[in-house]
Design a protein around this ligand. Structure first.
Ligand code: T3D
Length: 263
């Protein structure tokens, strides 16, 4: 599957998307968003998939919006960025959150602006030690978007969220892992082997159970305990009828490793 701005491949039940504008640190253009939208629609439509990887080509993960698309010549009206957020960033973040499989983000280098927050919209974020996270918005007169004001306080608490958003300071990958912003920080050379091992683990996992856990945890952000117990009951009820649950119990009873089909 060939695109101008991303690499996209599917092998062994795993979809892999690589943002591919390395000379511009994989910043988002309208064209890149269109490629991503198309690839993610394919992922959504393929029930055989067990995991998705998002990463970047070259030395950066993603530097957010390509600012060359936002320069306003004297006397011209600025781009309506409410409209571009509605068209591009909002559906991207909502799609990553709603996909019924684990989305792993391998942050291979700097993640700035919407690039940082799209990473945070993924389920498991693993960063190379040399990577960093920058809420760069305040440096150019904007506020964190692409879900930044939602994810940051939930992940690291309000004090750190405000510190990051109001200073635009660079946060190292190591500090991000210590703060709980991301799952893990690993040596640069270990990034792709670590991510690949996790993708293989997910490809053999009970995919519906992982999707259920993801859905329930995402719902918990805004639920009361009672509502959340209802969410767990309903999702678990469906999982109780799945082939993978039957197999999991049978394998446990037979003292053998389970062989999950992902349904
Ligand atoms: O607009 C809407 O629709 C609303 C949504 C907004 C979402 C947003 O993301 S707003 C925030 C946009 N992003 C930024 O403000 C970050 C801009 N980039 C940087 O601050 C720095 O590039 C980094 C801190 C990320 C990395 O710095 P460094 O020193 O490692 O690299 P560099 O030299 O600055 O960048 C390398 C090249 O990429 C360079 O081009 P050149 O000089 O080699 O020709 C640079 O201009 C280009 N580049 C980096 N980021 C962007 C970019 N070009 C266009 N847009 C970028 N965002």
């Amino acid at each position: 599957m060939s695109y101008q701005n991303i690499l996209f491949e599917i092998t062994g039940g795993i979809a892999r998307i690589t943002l591919n504008r390395p000379d511009r640190l994989n910043s988002f253009t309208d064209a890149l968003h269109a490629d991503l939208r198309d690839a993610l629609a394919k992922v959504r439509g393929d029930a055989s998939l067990r995991a998705l990887l998002l990463t970047g080509a070259g030395r950066g993960f993603c530097a957010g919006q390509d600012l060359s698309e936002r320069e306003v010549p004297e006397g011209m009206e600025p781009v309506d960025i409410g409209a571009t957020i509605e068209r591009n960033y909002k559906p991207l973040v909502l799609t990553l959150q709603a996909l019924p499989l684990p989305v792993v983000c391998a942050v291979n280098g700097v993640a700035a602006g919407a690039g940082a927050n799209v990473a945070l919209a993924c389920d498991i974020v693993i960063a190379a030690k040399s990577a960093s996270f920058i809420q760069a918005f305040c440096r150019i007169g904007l506020l964190p978007d692409a879900g930044g004001t939602y994810f940051l306080p939930r992940l690291v608490g309000m004090a750190r969220a405000k510190g990051l958003a109001l200073t635009g300071d660079k946060l190292s990958a190591e500090q991000a892992a210590e703060w709980g912003l991301i799952w893990k920080c690993v040596e640069d050379a270990e990034l792709m082997p670590t991510v690949e091992a996790l993708l293989q683990q997910f490809a053999a996992a009970p995919t519906r159970a992982l999707a259920g856990a993801k859905e329930a945890l995402n719902a918990a952000a805004n639920n009361t305990l009672k509502a959340q117990l209802d969410v767990e009951r309903d999702l678990q009820q469906a999982l109780g009828r799945s082939d993978d649950f039957r197999e999991g119990v049978a394998a446990f009873r037979a003292k053998r490793p389970p062989k999950f089909a992902g349904r």
